[in-house]
Write a protein that binds this ligand. Structure first.
Ligand code: NDP
Length: 286
């Protein structure tokens, strides 16, 4: 049976360490502060934003929420971001995605000060991930690296297969594995012989958004399997992109859904916010 890589446990440990760090920083006059902007009333986005605020409270991080109407213009949103860029009490700025269709995601992400870009979506931070000289790592791939560490398997020299090539998960994930000396194959919807490629993986990361797509017969005996997918079935049950029951019989270690990658993403956002506080030497809100 595979070792279960519990994101709940690992993220609780990381948050505990961060709580100590936040309080130490306050003694040095550095106060972490996160501004979260949400535009419109997407219910899933609302849940994510609430969870982020709750995590800030738990850790003693100051947070501000800007809940803007779905009619907000691109210029108004940029105006708010520019104000927050200059605010000495704000270390990190997060714009919850997706944005309404009339707003250019690209323009908004580019308007965030890269030193306050705790999601690491600004092109400067994306480029830094490519070169390996980075301050912020996108939260989901950063959390996955922690879970791989938890498996006890070293990435160096391993065959790593990432299924999915999105800008927020697949691509940065492949770079992080490469920086740790993994031999990385990135697969996507046009990949030939996907099963064969997946089965070659010592470390398999699946981020495609298709319920139970990866089955036990696609997994190498003893592999580390990271399931990023979050899919809600018709009966409301949450499942990943990996068929957990079949996969855990073959894998050496595997993440559950829920309770795997999901909780790590928020812990890593908190980590980036603390890092941003140090970089920007953020002051207490007055
Ligand atoms: P995207 O939809 O942006 O990307 C999906 C990727 O999967 C694409 O690269 C696509 O290929 C590839 N793909 C789709 N179908 C197949 C297929 N049949 N075979 C091989 N590859 C395929 O998704 P995200 O990366 O944003 O998210 C992926 C999943 O992870 C979702 O379920 C999402 O909810 C979840 N997620 C979870 C997070 C967490 O905190 N746990 C955070 C972020 C995402 P192509 O490029 O060719 O179209």
């Amino acid at each position: 049976m595979a070792k279960i890589l519990s994101g709940r446990e690992v993220s609780a440990r990381i948050k505990d360490e961060l709580k100590g760090e936040v309080s130490e920083l306050k003694k040095q006059g550095i106060f972490a502060g996160l501004a979260v902007i949400i535009v419109g009333d997407d219910p899933a986005s609302r849940v994510y934003v609430n969870n982020k605020k709750k995590a800030c409270e738990e850790l003693g991080i100051y947070s501000e929420e800007y809940a803007l109407s779905g009619e907000t213009s691109e210029e108004e949103l940029i105006g708010l971001i520019e104000r927050l860029n200059k605010d000495d009490s704000i270390s990190g700025i997060l714009v919850q995605l997706p944005l309404p269709k009339h707003i250019s995601e690209k323009r908004i992400l580019e308007s965030i000060n890269p030193q306050k870009d705790v999601d690491a979506f600004h092109p400067i931070n994306v480029g830094k991930i490519m070169t390996g000289d980075y301050d912020f790592v996108p939260c989901t791939p950063a959390g996955i690296m922690e879970l791989i560490k938890e498996s006890g398997v070293s990435v160096s020299g391993k065959d790593c297969v990432v299924i999915g090539r999105s800008n927020i998960v697949g691509k940065p994930m492949s770079m992080l594995l490469l920086h740790q000396n993994g031999t990385v194959t990135v697969c996507h919807s046009r990949t030939n012989n996907l099963k064969e490629k997946a089965k070659n993986a010592d470390i398999l990361v699946v981020a495609i958004g298709k319920p139970k797509f990866v089955t036990g017969d696609m997994i190498k005996e003893g592999a580390v399997v990271i399931d990023v997918g979050i899919n809600r079935l018709e009966d409301k049950k949450l499942v990943g992109d990996v068929d957990f029951e079949g996969a855990e019989k073959v894998a050496g270690a595997i993440t559950p859904v829920p309770g795997g990658v999901g909780p790590m993403t928020i812990a890593m956002l908190m980590k980036n916010t603390v890092k941003a506080a140090i970089i920007n030497r953020t002051e207490k809100k007055i």
